[in-house]
Design a protein around this ligand. Structure first.
Ligand SMILES: Nc1ncnc2c1ncn2[C@@H]1O[C@H](COP(=O)(O)OP(=O)(O)OP(=O)(O)O)[C@@H](O)[C@H]1O
Ligand SMILES: [Mg+2]
Length: 298
């Protein structure tokens, strides 16, 4: 759809047993490939989710991947602020029928795409059936394919945090060596595993002095989880060193990877990007459309 169709029009045209618009099924099959959808969460706030997601997206884009970042955090230090871009619209405008999804998605550095959802997060969780189908079709109609989708989730264990975790293929938990960050990461894993039956987690340790320290934190977390939470699978995805290039670049609202490409942190982002792209997702359970279907509980 080139022009924003209102939800009212959509409801009139939509046949609910199939995703058709004006009686015409979507021709777009670009999104039917199998992109990776990773959701980045943390128990404690301020552990580096947004810094990692934005720089990872750029690292992957520089490796030739088509990356979409979904900013799912209602907090202040959002992806757009870190990248110094000002989105005019958010997913809320898609729900209200004022804009199409393509209007809302904006381009960031190195060609990454950003879907600002923050001010529409609550709506996203409370859509009715026809609104869900409308949104799903909007995703189906996106012209450019997405190979990797990274979700910058909020901290904590709120319903919206769970919502995005349930819809993603890979759940990445970020923590730092701070004891409160470790206990809060454990609390998040506990809720996801006990209440939502999530059994596999990828772990990234941020703000460390060495790989050894990061791995020690990983072992600390998984030892407690193994003891009290039963059989779960943990994958040490990598670590990002403590590095002043990150706060410096946040201050300048530019990605560290562009301002300080050779910094320790930037090397870490590239390593992490490679690890993610090398993940064996042969058992993965979906594509972008599957993600949105899951998210929208269709
Ligand atoms: N590896 C690091 N070394 C040094 N500083 C870091 C590192 N990672 C993140 N920071 C700094 O920590 C602060 C918080 O980072 P960021 O905003 O990415 O965290 P967050 O988890 O997204 O926070 P929130 O939970 O509020 O969304 C930023 O000022 C950032 O510069
Ligand atoms: Mg953040």
């Amino acid at each position: 759809m080139n022009q924003a169709a209102t939800l009212k029009q959509w409801k009139a045209y939509c046949s609910f047993d199939s995703l058709s618009v004006n009686g015409r099924k979507s021709q777009n099959t670009a999104l039917a490939s199998y992109p990776r959808v990773l959701c980045f969460s943390s128990g404690k706030g301020g552990v580096g989710k947004t810094s990692i997601v934005t720089n990872l997206a750029i690292a992957m884009a520089q490796m030739g991947k088509k990356v979409l970042v979904l900013d799912a955090d209602l907090g202040l230090a959002n992806v757009d602020v870190m990248l110094g871009i000002t989105p005019k619209y958010s997913i809320q405008h898609v729900f209200s029928g004022e804009r199409t999804l393509s209007d809302v998605i904006i381009k960031g550095p190195s060609g990454i795409k950003l879907l600002p959802a923050s001010s529409g997060i609550q709506e996203l969780c409370h859509l009715n059936e026809s609104e869900k189908l409308f949104l799903l079709n909007e995703f189906d109609c996106l012209e450019e394919p997405v190979e990797v989708m990274l979700i910058d989730n909020a901290a904590g264990i709120s319903d919206t945090v769970m919502y995005f975790n349930m819809a993603a293929q890979n759940r990445v938990i970020i923590l730092t060596p701070e004891p409160t960050s470790i206990t809060d990461a454990y609390a998040l894993i506990k809720v996801l595993s006990k209440r939502y039956m999530v059994k596999e987690f990828s772990i990234v340790v941020n703000w460390t002095n060495s790989r050894q320290e990061a791995y020690k934190i990983f072992k600390q977390l998984t030892a407690v989880a193994d003891r009290f939470l039963g059989v779960l699978s943990f994958n040490f995805l990598g670590y990002i060193p403590k590095d002043t290039s990150i706060p410096k670049s946040v201050m300048q609202q530019k990605p560290a990877l562009e301002l300080f490409p050779e910094s320790k942190a930037s090397q870490g982002f590239r390593r992490l990007a490679e690890n993610i792209l090398n993940l064996d997702l042969s058992t993965n359970d979906g594509n972008i459309k599957f993600f949105w279907k899951n998210l929208l509980r269709l």
